[in-house]
Design a protein around this ligand. Structure first.
Ligand code: ADP
Ligand code: MG
Length: 484
């Protein structure tokens, strides 16, 4: 049903994302209960988390600092004064009957994130970041007769990061979340483990014809993978287009994405701010952060992905797309730089980039290894690249060495010696192999001389075979040209 024809019909998708990122903190936002995942139900619950009357919230300042770091990382305005509000609604896993959040005065406003879609840079504006508590979890048992409440998550600290409706395709939406995840992991304010629910996305989707007002949006709740985000947005935009084109009207509503069918379905009509009766939280003072403190945090920030990417391009002459890949994950970026630092020949950083992106990633994907748990010392990547650049082995033989290195964990030079893989660069040896090949193929030599240039590769192949794949290709080319 969804095809390009719909979009060519003049429709444009408009998307704004609300990302809930769990702040990396060992304790909850307003109590000292643990945030450790995987514990037995209701073992990380203080009296305050369970909303016992008379208990009071005590603000966890660490969480404020993490929100400030995040605000700085997205180039936002960090406010010296922000205020917590009560958002009132009833839900069984929300025992207090309200969520403490920041509605009127969030801690961060006006940020931005830069994405690159198919080589084209685009800036997505961020409206706000506010801090809030998570709710508990309702667990429905298999017989569908009982529902249990687990309050371990109740009060876990979240940042809600709200974009402007600047996103225009499912792909841009996915790139935005990936980039946000990269940034949050660089600065360590959220581990972004989507399987554990530490990064959840609400996607607001509408369609319209460019130049006209935005259409009515649907909000798709709690999407927990980037792939599902792409599917949900695509399905939803298409559903809306179908309704409008067949003469129907859309209602503003909250929908759920069902990963098993790839469809969205209605959950409830959308409530408005007024339905929540927001008012300032009476049990907490406004959050005051001095400009000194903000400056201090700013000075302690690590190098951010966009800056690192530009530095890689300049310092190591890697291509823009390689720099993008290398800086997407801080652990990869660090590994790349550690390998380069070990090189004898500093000019081969580009080759290191290539080896990491093609061979090391290929190995990691095939055998599910992460970069910090490779079965060989990463200095061996540098050693391998040095062996290529000093002509000890060819790039092709290096792949054999790499495969062996992944298996045994041995150093590349010891593998080259043990397996006798050293490249043959000795001109006399190569010259005599070539002479033999040319002699055995006098007819082909004649054809070559009468203009069949393509046979050159054929001779190279035969010589390589003579030399068991270890001949230095450059020297073979040179001498072969000479003798022909
Ligand atoms: P709420 O908190 O009720 O969901 P907000 O006004 O805070 O409402 O907006 C939530 C998100 O909806 C924001 O990310 C915003 O960019 C997005 N949004 C607003 N209008 C539209 C629209 N017409 N189409 C798509 N997204 C929209
Ligand atoms: Mg919302």
């Amino acid at each position: 049903m969804f095809d390009m024809a719909d979009l060519q019909n003049g429709w444009e998708i408009v998307i704004g994302l609300e990302v809930h990122a769990q702040i990396s903190s060992n304790t909850k936002l307003f109590s000292t209960s643990s945030t450790e995942p995987g514990a037995d139900p209701n073992t990380h619950v203080s009296l305050f988390d369970a909303a016992f009357p008379g208990t009071l919230p005590v603000l966890n300042k660490y969480c404020i600092d993490q929100a400030i770091r995040t605000g700085i990382a997205i180039n936002g305005t960090v406010h010296e004064i922000s205020v917590f509000d009560r958002k009132n609604y009833f839900y069984p896993d929300l025992p207090s009957g309200y969520q403490i959040t920041q509605f009127y005065h969030p801690i961060v406003t006006d940020g931005e994130i830069s994405i690159v879609d198919d080589g084209v840079q685009k800036t997505i504006r961020i409206e706000r970041i506010h801090i809030e508590q998570d709710a508990g979890k309702s667990v429905h048992d298999l017989s569908q007769t009982e529902t249990y409440i687990d309050l371990n998550r109740a009060g876990v600290p979240l940042m809600e990061i709200v974009s402007k409706p600047d996103i225009r395709s499912a792909n841009e939406a996915m790139l935005y979340v990936k980039k946000l995840r990269t940034i949050l992991r660089y600065i360590g304010t959220c581990d972004c483990n989507m399987e554990n629910g530490n990064l959840r996305v609400d996607a607001n989707v509408s369609v319209h014809k460019p130049g006209t007002e935005f259409g009515t949006r649907a909000e798709i709740k709690n999407i927990n993978s980037i792939k599902f985000l792409g599917q949900a947005v695509t399905y939803e935009a298409n559903r809306q287009i179908d309704i409008i084109e067949s003469g129907g009207t859309l209602v503003q509503e909250t929908r759920l994405f069902d990963a098993s069918t790839g469809e969205t379905r209605s959950m409830r009509t959308k409530e408005n701010a007024a339905d929540y009766r927001y008012f300032p939280e009476p049990d907490l003072n406004p959050v005051v952060v001095t400009s000194n403190r903000i400056a201090e945090i700013k000075n302690s920030m690590p190098e951010l992905p966009d800056v690192k990417k530009q530095r890689f391009i300049k310092q190591y002459s890697v291509s823009e797309s390689d720099a993008d890949i290398l800086t997407e994950d801080i652990a990869i970026a660090d590994t790349f730089e550690q390998v380069v630092a070990k090189l004898k020949n500093q000019d081969s950083a580009k080759l290191v980039a290539n080896w990491i992106i093609v061979e090391v990633f290929g190995f990691m994907n095939q055998y599910s290894f992460s970069i910090d748990k490779l079965p060989f010392d990463i200095k061996y990547i540098a050693e391998l690249v040095d062996l290529i650049t000093d002509n000890t082995i060819s790039g092709k033989i290096a792949k054999t060495v790499f495969a062996e290195m992944c298996k045994s964990g041995d150093s590349p030079s010891s593998i080259v010696e043990k397996m006798g893989l050293r490249q043959i660069s000795d001109e006399n040896t190569i010259r005599s192999s070539i002479a033999a090949v040319l002699e055995q193929n006098a007819d082909k030599v004649a054809e070559y001389k009468s203009g069949k240039d393509k046979l050159f590769g054929f001779f190279v192949g035969l010589v390589m075979k003579e030399l068991h794949g270890k001949g230095n290709p450059e020297i073979i080319n040179k001498i072969l040209k000479e003798l022909l």
